[in-house]
Design a protein around this ligand. Structure first.
Ligand code: GLP
Length: 250
């Protein structure tokens, strides 16, 4: 595991974007799976800045969306796809035909999930998986208890997520109770994983996930088994990690 800690949220966003940009510079046709959430929002804004400055080119990148709410199409600004389009894909002019997402408004979501696995396979797998972490250790919509063998599937949206996204959907009641997500096995099959965590609310879970027992009750703990995991955190999120923490130079 490579661990990078930055002093504050600003440096965290800048460094995280720089690491993603470097990945793309080294592999311009990278297949990248993107998470949504508050953590990645700031990172994507920085990445869009790097694009504007001509530092990174997304024209050959293929994008996958990690998870989606049932029934939330790209027309719904709260959907994961719409947010990624607004925060990143649009600003960096990622070609429309290079974007893969769950058709979560379809009637047969099980079929949609099977198809998603097929698309990932036929594209050649994922080179870089971008992840955030829930305060209960979730990754994507893989909530505590999710099998480490899980692949893309229909899931119940966790209580933490319902509360966290209530403003975005207009109210708690309006947050869809069902979602679709890449599974833990799908995530672990990615060649590289970048896990991002910012803020004090993530400190306790980040320590448990990275240094505690590897158990389905803490989905992110499985990441300890990944051969190419990079963790980028700000000082607050890294506060409970066993020191001294390695601060990798850029
Ligand atoms: C959400 C998403 C995840 C995200 C995580 C953390 O519910 N399903 O993909 O990484 O929770 O969210 P945040 O970055 O807002 O804390």
């Amino acid at each position: 595991m490579k661990l990078i800690m930055e002093e504050n949220a600003c440096d965290f966003n800048r460094r995280s974007a720089a690491e993603i940009a470097r990945f793309i510079q080294n592999k311009p046709d990278a297949r990248i799976c993107f998470a949504t959430g508050e953590t990645t929002k700031g990172i994507y804004a920085e990445l869009a800045e790097l694009y504007k400055q001509g530092e990174v080119d997304f024209s050959r990148v293929t994008a996958f969306v990690l998870d989606e709410y049932q029934g939330a199409s790209r027309m719904n600004p709260a959907s994961c796809l719409a947010r990624l389009e607004a925060q990143l894909f649009g600003p960096v002019h990622l070609p429309e035909e290079h974007i893969h997402s769950f058709d979560s408004a379809a009637a047969d979501l099980h079929h949609v999930c099977m198809e998603y696995e097929n698309i990932i396979r036929s594209e050649g797998g994922i080179d870089l998986q971008i992840l955030g972490i829930g305060t209960n250790g979730h990754i994507g919509f893989n909530e505590p208890g999710a099998s480490f063998d899980s692949i893309s599937r229909v899931v119940e949206v966790g209580q933490e997520t319902i509360v966290a996204r209530s403003e975005m959907f207009g109210s708690k009641e309006l947050v869809p109770r069902t979602g679709v997500t890449m599974g833990i096995k799908t995530i672990m099959n990615s060649a590289n994983i970048y896990l991002f965590a910012v803020g004090a609310s993530k400190a306790q879970m980040l320590e448990k996930a990275l240094f505690g027992p590897i158990v389905p009750d803490i989905p992110a703990s499985v990441l300890q088994l990944h051969p190419s995991l990079t963790v980028i955190a700000d000082k607050e999120a890294a506060a409970k990690l066993p020191g001294p923490i390695l601060v990798q130079p850029e």
